[in-house]
Design a protein around this ligand. Structure first.
Ligand SMILES: [Zn+2]
Ligand SMILES: [Zn+2]
Length: 288
């Protein structure tokens, strides 16, 4: 059996914990990062800094640097826009208040989805969804799991198709920050805002993507996530080019979710990702 080389001395700046939709606790993430020899890691949970704060609360380890992090979902007309925040003050009051509002909006949305399902004749209770969530954030994938368990759908895919997809009969839109609001929130907390996985914006070509980047930079964006398991050599080269052209720092991470996304491994993605530590130095320079 061939054993892949460990990503020793490399970094992973995009990891989800049980505080959002990952399957490993912050402590387990740190242990894994040390085990595989990472030099820096950032827990970047969706709309919460609980996981990041927990990781930073453990005694420091000389071989592993932990950067504070978050990933915010922004409201865009089409595609998906996520904005990463790094090196931010996790106790910033405005940050905490805004995140609380986003968490409440998430919870209310789930309750509304359950109500819609009940109206559609599905016998489902909110507590059943909470029970499968494992204590972290609750989202549509958990609702889909319960729907399958109850026989209302044969698979998670069918649960989405039949009920939960956008425009589906049990769909409820979620309150999200505007891109500029997400960026400003991160800047105000002393952090560095970075556009996550640009391909999910579904821009039709490089020009359109460049236009979006220029607007985001005007709003205060400072970086682009260039290195990512789904990017491949062509996309990576395109994002490197755009980042250089617009003076944006480059970051990289695997978007590790543990068992929730089993083919993506921390530090190496699908096997061949190696992200160098020097990006952390550039990120720190962007903070000043
Ligand atoms: Zn994302
Ligand atoms: Zn992510």
């Amino acid at each position: 059996m061939e054993i892949a080389p460990r990503p020793s001395g490399c970094i992973d700046l995009h990891v989800h914990s049980t505080a959002s939709d990952g399957s490993l606790s912050p402590l387990k993430i740190i242990e894994r990062a040390k085990e595989i020899g990472l030099r820096a890691v950032a827990i970047t949970d969706h709309d919460t800094v609980e996981g990041s704060a927990e990781a930073l609360g453990y005694p420091p380890c000389p071989s592993l640097e932990i950067l504070s992090g978050i990933e915010i979902s922004a409201r865009v007309p089409s595609g998906t826009m996520h904005i990463l925040g790094y090196l931010l003050r996790l106790d910033d009051l405005t940050l905490r208040q805004t995140l609380k509002r986003l968490q409440e909006a998430r919870a209310n949305r789930n309750i509304k989805i359950v109500e819609k399902l009940q109206d559609l004749g599905v016998s489902i209770q909110y507590d059943e969804i909470r029970a499968v969530s494992g204590g972290g954030q609750i989202g549509r994938p958990h609702i889909a799991q319960v729907l399958v368990r109850k026989g209302a759908a044969r698979s998670l895919g069918e649960a989405f198709k039949k009920f939960l997809r956008k425009e589906g009969p049990a769909y409820v839109a979620r309150y999200r920050l505007l891109p500029s609001e997400a960026i400003q929130m991160i800047l105000r907390a002393g952090g560095v805002p970075v556009l996550s996985h640009p391909f999910t914006l579904d821009a039709k070509d490089e020009r359109e993507l460049e236009g979006i980047l220029v607007d985001l930079k005007e709003a205060g964006l400072k970086g682009v996530e260039v290195y990512y398991p789904e990017h491949g050599p062509k996309r990576t080269a395109r994002y490197e080019r755009l980042a250089r052209r617009h003076g944006l720092v480059m970051t990289g991470g695997t978007d590790f979710h543990g068992a929730a996304k089993p083919r993506v491994q921390m530090g190496i993605g699908r096997g061949d990702l190696r992200i160098p530590y020097r990006l952390v130095e550039k990120l720190k320079e962007a903070k000043d």
